[in-house]
Design a protein. Structure first.
Length: 140
């Protein structure tokens, strides 16, 4: 089970992040989760949104460079050690975690987004450990 994440490349200049998020808002794109990573020259805005296909089209029309990636969304309990437990399952399955970020869904469930080297192996390992993963529809 996976979720579509859109990565948007943004110049690392004053106001560019505000402009990109305003552009998405003006096109009625609902952001469920986001993460931003930066380098000296540009940033990568990673988003989980309600309609990835429409968002990708809107971004292209606006001149933004973006990519779509399948990531995993794992439900996580709000208690000490929850993230460690998920990461231990992935480590035992020899899955490499490239990055992760979290968000709280409107239904009150917390989710960790994981970009891993092998979604199939990671999904199977998490399922085997009783850790629930979500698809795009589950998050909205």
């Amino acid at each position: 089970m996976s979720v579509k994440q859109i990565s948007v490349f943004i110049e690392n200049k004053k106001g560019e992040l505000a402009a990109a998020t305003r552009y998405l808002a003006n096109h009625n794109i609902n952001l469920r989760a986001l993460s931003i990573a930066d380098t000296q020259d540009f940033g990568i805005l990673r988003i989980i949104c309600d309609d990835p296909k429409a968002t990708e089209t809107v971004l292209r029309e606006g001149g933004y460079i973006s990519t779509v990636t399948d990531v995993l969304a794992a439900e996580i309990e709000d208690k000490p050690g929850s993230m460690a437990a998920i990461l231990e399952v992935l480590a035992e399955a020899h899955v490499i975690v490239e990055y992760t970020y979290a968000f709280l869904a409107p239904d009150g469930h917390a989710y960790m987004i994981f970009r891993v080297d092998d979604n199939a192996v990671a999904s199977a390992a998490l399922a085997g450990a009783g850790i629930k993963t979500a698809n795009q529809e589950d998050l909205f």
